[in-house]
Ligand binder design. Structure first.
Ligand code: OGA
Ligand code: MN
Length: 303
């Protein structure tokens, strides 16, 4: 049976039905989903009561899984899932489902940077392609995830602005997004992960050929620009790219799976009362084919 995709926001967000993600899918179904990801940029799959194993198996249909930096940085005893491919996007303290993170807990404070517009893992040499989030427990209010269409934002730039951004290379690091919220309390031994990496500001999707702005709160500079000028410019572009006409807000229901392409959208979490209520989502991500940068500036940035 062929899958059904209904446009929620034309050319941006589609809702997929007539598929069961709790069982293996066929190659034809995987191809149809991939085409849907290219036609849209965000796909939602309501009513999919998947297990962790089913989510990992479903994700493998689309490429090689990434491991999350938060999972990597946590001590093994404090990890909720031993499998590093499975991201714990919950407010349970160190995976202990009987208690929430306390207000001052540094893992809570680190994760609050998800509330800034970002593209997953843009702080890695190869950022994430698709990310998949699955909802297990949702709070009574708030906690939407918002998405902004970076192809539409690029298309809406003036010809002069397009020419200005075309060849710019940005420096991304987890340090910059955390600096923006005043967090700098890293565990020792992760310096390697904190170094800035270069990414082009305008990227071309390897399959659709469409250009998008590769923006992210992880950006802290533009190669060859003074830092204040770069940050002011990135702020302007981010404001442009996140205007309401480019944004979709997903209101979570238990059992929703939402999948997006980090090469074509930014996203952010929104507030909820995380000291009183529980929100438990599971995340899987894929390596972003087509995001490799081979530029002479790469050495300069890494030095
Ligand atoms: C993430 C993320 C948003 C949310 O898991 O990468 O940004 O709403 N999550 O939890
Ligand atoms: Mn994210």
């Amino acid at each position: 049976m062929s899958i059904n995709i209904r446009a929620v926001q034309q050319g941006f967000v589609g809702e997929v039905t007539a598929i069961n993600l709790c069982a293996p899918i066929t190659q034809a179904q995987a191809d149809a989903i991939e085409k849907g990801m290219d036609d849209y940029a965000v796909l939602t799959f309501p009513g999919q009561p998947m297990t962790d194993e089913q989510q990992v198996a479903f994700t493998r249909n689309f490429g090689q899984l990434e491991i999350t930096l938060a999972g990597q940085m946590a001590k093994p005893g404090e990890r909720r899932f031993q499998q590093l491919e499975l991201g714990d996007i919950s407010n349970y303290a160190n995976g202990d489902t009987s208690r929430h993170y306390a207000r001052e807990d540094k893992k809570r404070l680190y994760a609050l940077a998800n509330r800034l517009w970002h593209s997953d893992a843009s702080f890695r040499a190869v950022g994430a392609g698709y990310t998949l989030l699955h909802a297990r427990v949702v709070p009574s209010k708030g906690a939407d995830t918002q998405f902004a269409d970076m192809r539409a934002a690029y298309d809406a730039l003036s010809a002069a602005d397009k020419a200005e951004v075309e060849n710019l290379v940005c420096e991304h690091s987890i340090v910059f997004s955390r600096q923006a919220i005043g967090f700098d309390d890293y565990n020792p031994g992760f310096d390697e992960h904190l170094k800035p990496v270069p990414h082009k500001l305008v990227i071309t999707h390897p399959k659709t050929g469409r250009k998008s702005l590769y923006l992210s709160s992880h950006i802290g500079g533009i190669v060859g620009w003074p830092v204040p000028e770069a940050r002011a410019f990135i702020r302007d572009l981010t404001e442009h790219a996140t205007q309401p006409q480019f944004v979709y807000s997903h209101k979570w229901q238990v059992g929703d799976l939402v999948m997006w392409d980090n090469r074509t959208v930014m996203h952010r979490a929104t507030r909820f009362d995380d000291l009183k209520e529980v929100r438990d989502l599971r995340r899987t991500s894929l390596k972003g084919i087509g995001l490799e940068v081979k530029l002479p500036q790469a050495e300069a940035v890494a030095a």
